[in-house]
Design a protein around this ligand. Structure first.
Ligand code: ZN
Length: 325
């Protein structure tokens, strides 16, 4: 029969996110004997010296701690539904000076490449993780206030790593997303930018909390950098909002299969498109692959539509009122 105290240990490991250190367990009141009983009963297993996992731990967590590191950077963001770019490797934070990393060992395990990823399954690819050797950033609290640090880096530090690790447009999208999902508090932005290299501080001017998704942030950054005026979440009179309005003349929706696959949403999208055209604003709908794989062609289409719509508007405005249509 399984000992009650062993069950309590396993439950605590679950509550800690699936992995807990021996020090954390002892601090929570577990005895060395109850930890050993939980291990013998296979309620928890030792992943590395002094680190135990319950059945709730997933492959990413196990791989990170087996290496002697923590789930960090974009892998930590992705677990909380924050925009984490397109890199699907596991990103692991390893304190500077760590020894005996078992990179080869963890590279051999991981999600089977034939398993398709989905919006709800974020497990990293198999293969060598991206290792972030990092000195502690003293000003960013790395302690109990941030929740567990037995297997994952605290939110603000993860976001800082992700900003440094990604290109600028994905970095901006991650910060927008972290604010929108309350992964970090708005008040923590000062600290984030103070601890970033000065070359990246100008990115703060490009944040926009209205962005509803990572793709929306990236679209906005690209077009604004080209000199276009991009207003986010602009409503069409009598209908719902478009993701973006470019130069006041062309509406753009950035669709994803996740949000636009059900019948009701599709009907809504058709209605909205008709409403917008009736108001004299052409509509362009794009999918993530247009943004990430066919951007030159997509940009050409958008700029052509914007140019034509501007000319048409100027033409109408130049005509006597009676002749307008
Ligand atoms: Zn990274």
């Amino acid at each position: 029969m399984i000992d009650h105290s062993a069950l309590a240990v396993a439950r605590f490991v679950d509550q800690n996110g699936g992995i807990a250190s021996r020090a954390t367990l002892l601090r929570a009141g577990a005895s060395p004997r109850s930890i050993e009983r939980a291990r013998q009963a296979k309620l928890i297993m030792s992943e590395r010296r002094g680190l135990y996992a319950s059945a709730a731990a997933d492959l990413d967590q196990r791989r990170a701690v087996r290496m002697g590191g923590l789930v960090g950077c974009i892998s930590a963001l992705r677990r909380s539904g924050v925009w984490a770019g397109l890199d699907t490797r596991l990103h692991v934070h390893v304190p500077a000076g760590s020894k005996r990393l078992r990179v080869d060992e963890v590279a051999a395990v991981g999600r089977d490449r034939s398993t398709s990823r989905s919006d709800t399954s974020f497990l990293a690819e198999a293969g060598a993780p991206r290792v972030h050797w990092q000195r502690s950033v003293n000003r960013i609290p790395f302690g109990r206030d941030c929740g567990t640090t037995d297997w994952i880096v605290p939110p603000l530090l993860a976001l800082r790593q992700a900003v440094l690790c990604q290109d600028e447009e994905h970095a901006i999208a991650s910060i927008d997303s972290a604010l929108r999902t309350r992964f970090i508090a708005h008040g923590q932005l000062d600290l984030l930018f103070e601890t970033l290299p000065s070359r990246l501080r100008r990115l703060r001017r490009e944040l926009d909390p209205l962005a509803d998704s990572g793709t929306e942030s990236i679209f906005r950054v690209r077009l604004r950098r080209l000199g276009h005026v991009v207003e986010l979440q602009r409503a069409v009179p009598g209908s719902s909002k478009f993701d973006a309005l470019v130069d006041d003349v062309v509406a753009v929706d950035l669709d994803s299969k996740r949000w636009h696959s059900d019948d009701r949403q599709q009907i809504w999208d058709y209605d909205k498109t008709l409403q917008s055209i009736a108001w004299g604003r052409p509509v362009i709908r794009i999918l993530p692959h247009h943004l990430f794989e066919y951007w030159p062609e997509t940009l050409q289409a958008i700029e052509r539509a914007v140019d034509d719509a501007r000319k048409l508007r100027r033409y109408r405005q130049g005509r006597p009122k009676s002749a307008r249509f």
